[in-house]
Write a new protein. Structure first.
Length: 453
């Protein structure tokens, strides 16, 4: 194990001022590339009255309005389908024969988008970040990593080539094949690490003793890497996974297969460390999700993270509103000494609820509720009786009792949870209690909402 540094050795030799100048140089090249190769960007700049000549530095660029979001991405995809006969969007800047990998979003909120469309050059930029993460966790070339995600056309598959490039062998098991298949391959291949979602990591910890008679700690893993939902950033969930598996759990993210960030080898969570500042401006471009105005990326700042490519060939993105609500940290990591930006995801702008005028993120509710494990199992759902974001109070939360909880004990913890939520996030909910194991476990991402409308 070692302290985290930037993935590119050349970046580590730069001062903060030099790094900023390097990013500005890359950004100018990326903007020129986009305008030279994409009718989408030329039209978008014109529609928003953005003059390239007025962008004289990073600060000018950060002050620009958002140029892209999921709606614009879908429109650009539909346009390329109609006019060019492919789904790779009208801001595809590379030739079709240069595309090496394509993968899509899940499509849970509409048609899937081919967001993860990469050339060989784009994949090479991702290689260094993945290798840095493996090295920090002590996963060595030649070792095996159980890669338990939805495979095929989906986004996580785009990580497989960089994983192989790092020298490790991914044992890629499609989670849609079920828990038995995942556990069978885990026992047959003796992996040294697991890559999955926080939900599936917890579910396997519950299921393996029931199905095999052995705890997940018997897999003797060195590390568990989790992605796709908020989990490792919640202390109780991090502790639960680490206790079950007997190893460190690492939170990681690679939005749009660009910025690679991961948490360090520490009992306490210090956020995800952004190790590839030459690939994207994420997470230092922030906006207020309600007003769209730029938020200064000072230590502790909270805002919606905006993605901007600095080195993308296939489908570069400029000022893309990701929906990730993050809090950033600019001081040196107290555990590993990393000097670059760190951040934690605290919610999604499209999950935000408005209760009595207050903005409430479901992840914040989950964080508070998980503090009461083992009096509860940690499983919960927010029950919606009408389409969000506005909720007629009180907000109803369905919560699983812990094993062996008496009626009196449930009454006591009910009052404590309501008090904690009121104190911490100005929410006084109603709680519907259900027995342990009653809420369905997910093998991908745990649903946050139960819709009753």
């Amino acid at each position: 194990m070692h302290g985290i540094r930037y993935a590119s050795q050349g970046i580590n030799s730069l001062s903060e001022e030099q790094l900023r100048a390097h990013q500005w140089m890359l950004l100018q090249q990326q903007i020129s590339y986009c305008l030279d190769n994409s009718t989408y960007y030329r039209k978008r700049f014109k529609d928003l009255d953005v003059e390239v000549g007025d962008i004289k530095g990073l600060d000018d660029f950060l002050a620009l309005p958002v140029l892209m979001g999921k709606d614009q991405e879908r429109l650009a995809q539909n346009e390329s389908l109609e006019k060019q006969g492919h789904p790779f969007s009208s801001y595809l800047c590379a030739r079709l024969d240069q595309i090496a990998v394509t993968a899509t979003t899940s499509g849970t909120t509409g048609d899937p988008t081919f967001t993860y469309t990469l050339t060989h050059s784009d994949l090479r930029h991702l290689n260094s970040g993945i290798s840095s993460m493996m090295n920090h966790a002590g996963i060595l070339p030649g070792e095996r990593v159980l890669f338990a995600h939805a495979l095929g056309i989906y986004a996580t598959s785009a990580v497989l080539p960089p994983l192989r490039n790092s020298g490790v062998l991914p044992i890629d098991v499609d989670v849609r094949g079920g828990t038995d298949a995942i556990l069978k391959f885990a026992q047959m291949t003796s992996p040294t690490a697991l890559m999955t979602t926080p939900s599936l990591a917890q579910y396997l910890a519950e299921a393996m003793p029931q199905k095999t008679g052995k705890p997940v700690s018997s897999l003797n893993l060195k590390a568990v890497f989790v992605v796709g939902e908020i989990g490792a950033g919640i202390p109780e969930i991090k502790e639960k996974i680490e206790s079950a598996y007997g190893c460190r759990v690492y939170d990681w993210i690679a939005p749009f297969a660009q910025t690679l960030a991961f948490s360090c080898n520490s009992h306490e969570y210090h956020g995800m460390h952004a190790v590839t500042p030459e690939i994207d401006l994420y997470p230092l471009d922030l906006i207020d999700p309600e007003t769209g105005r730029h938020v200064e990326p000072v230590d502790g700042a909270i805002g919606e993270a905006i993605c901007t490519s600095l080195n993308r060939q296939a489908r570069p993105i400029l000022k893309y509103a990701t929906g990730d609500i993050v809090q950033i940290y600019r001081n040196e990591c107290p555990n590993c000494g990393f000097k670059g930006p760190r951040f934690k995801v605290i919610g999604r702008s499209d999950d935000m609820l408005i209760v009595k005028g207050a903005n409430i993120y479901p992840a914040s509710i989950r964080t508070v509720i998980n503090e009461f494990v083992p009096q509860i199992t940690g499983q919960m759902r927010i029950v919606l009786n009408q389409p969000p974001p506005r909720v007629e109070p009180p907000l109803l939360i369905k919560v699983e009792k812990g094993e062996g909880m008496t009626d009196e004990a449930v009454k006591d913890v009910d009052a404590k949870i309501k008090n904690a939520l009121h104190t911490r996030i100005r929410l006084t909910p109603a709680i519907e209690w259900v027995n342990a194991g009653e809420l369905e476990r997910a093998v991908t991402k745990t649903p946050m909402f139960e819709k009753r409308y």
